[in-house]
Design a protein around this ligand. Structure first.
Ligand SMILES: [Zn+2]
Length: 502
């Protein structure tokens, strides 16, 4: 038994030692669906979930003689994304044809950008293990999506609703070194693009897909190792899993004395492995040439300046500002700025509140717990919240001013969520008005002291916490309506007087 454990430990150490010898180089190609109502070269809708082939026309089904008409908003979305990612803009650019047999794109070429992408040489910054990391973005270009094949037992169906939808493809340098770094990179990119509203990046609807280029090399080696491309990953977690698998596979191949082959692989999410689909990707020649049916693009400075001015404060900077302005910790600030809508809701509520010291933290807690859990159950986005930011701020102000207890506030909040009515009206309607009448509270306190004589004695003999039992009884008797600050004050006075009497 002991011998077996020793052998196993040796094997684990050997694998760990081998892993330490190598570093991973990862480059990503991210395809994001551009947030436009119509497709890139025709007026067909980009709505998701419609009847197959209902969003099609002569252009996106590639009928002979049909000519593409360029969607200006798609160009603007890509340029705006590029500007937000510190890219240089190719003022003069054009489109090319990428020749390939696409069973789901009937014209058998894709209109894309080749030698002159709209954006190039950008950067994306994120925090990894408490350190700032900057990844270079080689290019962001515009292209059209293909349709979708639905495979049945012995035949396949074709849905062209997606054919011709505008995509922006962002290509990074191979500067990421782990699945975790790639995960943070993709989430940071997704947050930025969502802030810009240039893509919704809805993974379930296939709006963000990723190809991963991964190679390993020995630490200190200058040249890159042999590259393997994993195609068409449709979620950020799939990217992470595929990188982890491929990293281990390539190390095992080398340590077993084999060679990593340049090839394209696919991720099998059921078996959690990558599988070879096409060897020697570099042998493919797409025979690019300039698209003759589209005139070259010439962007003017006025448009670029306008797009630059439209870029909102981005999540990284907004998070830093939230931490400073509202005294939030990094976790809360990061959560609240994770989407623009959530950050906007929070900031509006803070501005509505009359208290600027305690309210920012309380609002952050109420949004992250009470509100978001209810919205999740109702499957609603924060911008569709039945509780407006103004009404939530009013409720928080009522708690801070001591007009209602936290417990009553929760009951009112439930009604606010159901009815969208403001808290002051609801307090009157639900007869939740706080009891601040001293004689009523004194009577309740006296009763509660009698019922908790042990706790009263303990408080009088120095156990300060014992008062909580008596306060709890008063709150229960008043159904949570007694003014808690007044209750504490009166109990203390009553107990002090009874000590004096002794
Ligand atoms: Zn169309």
């Amino acid at each position: 038994m002991l011998v077996n454990i020793l052998i196993l430990n040796n094997k684990i150490n050997k694998v760990n030692n081998e892993m330490e010898k190598y570093e991973t180089m990862i480059g990503l190609e991210v395809h994001m669906q551009i947030n436009t109502k119509s497709k890139i070269f025709c007026e067909c809708s980009t709505d998701f979930g419609c009847q197959p082939n209902s969003n099609t026309c002569v252009i996106c089904t590639s009928q002979p003689g049909a000519l593409p008409l360029l969607n200006k908003q798609a160009i603007e979305a890509v340029v705006k994304t590029g500007l937000a990612l510190n890219c240089k803009i190719n003022v003069a650019s054009n489109f090319s044809r990428k020749q390939y047999f696409y069973p789901d794109l009937p014209k058998n070429y894709q209109i894309t950008q080749f030698s002159l992408p709209l954006c190039y040489n950008g950067t994306l910054k994120f925090i990894y293990k408490d350190k700032e990391k900057i990844i270079n973005i080689q290019r962001i270009h515009l292209e059209e999506d293909a349709g979708k094949l639905i495979h049945k037992d012995n035949y396949s169906l074709l849905d062209l609703n997606r054919a011709g939808i505008g995509l922006m493809e962002l290509v990074t340098s191979p500067e990421l070194h782990s699945a975790e770094e790639s995960f943070i990179f993709l989430n940071t990119l997704k947050d930025i693009v969502e802030y810009l509203a240039t893509s919704q990046c809805n993974m379930e609807q296939g709006q963000m897909r990723c190809d991963v280029n991964i190679s390993i090399r020995q630490v200190n080696q200058q040249t890159l190792g042999t590259k393997v491309e994993i195609k068409n990953l449709n979620s950020i977690s799939a990217v992470q899993d595929a990188i982890n698998y491929e990293y281990a596979r390539q190390i095992k191949t080398l340590t077993d004395g084999g060679k990593v082959v340049q090839e394209t692989r696919a991720w099998d999410s059921k078996l959690n492995i990558t599988k070879s689909t096409r060897p020697k990707e570099n042998c493919l020649d797409y025979r690019y040439f300039t698209e003759p049916n589209l005139i070259p693009l010439n962007l003017n400075d006025t448009l670029i300046t306008k797009l630059y001015k439209e870029i909102p404060e981005l999540p990284y900077l907004r998070k830093q500002r939230f931490m400073v302005s509202y005294q939030l910790n990094a976790y809360d600030a990061s959560y609240l700025t994770s989407t623009k809508l959530l950050a906007d809701y929070y900031e509006k509520a803070v501005k509505f509140s009359k208290n600027n010291k305690i309210a920012p933290k309380l609002l952050a807690n109420w949004i992250a717990t009470e509100l978001i859990s209810k919205l999740n159950v109702s499957k609603l986005n924060i911008d569709k919240s039945p509780v407006t930011s103004e009404n939530l701020a009013k409720l928080i102000d009522l708690i801070i001013s001591g007009k209602i207890s936290g417990k009553i506030a929760k009951q009112i909040f439930v009604e606010m969520y159901k009815t969208s009515i403001d808290p002051v009206t609801l307090i009157n309607k639900m007869n939740m008005k706080q009891i601040s009448n001293e004689s009523i509270i004194i009577a309740l306190c006296n009763e509660s002291i009698k019922e908790n004589s042990k706790a009263a004695f303990e408080f009088q003999t120095g156990k300060v916490k014992a008062i909580d039992y008596i306060v709890g009884t008063v709150m229960k008797k008043s159904k949570g309506k007694a003014n808690p600050q007044l209750v504490v004050k009166i109990i203390k006075e009553l107990l002090k007087n009874s000590v004096n009497k002794i």
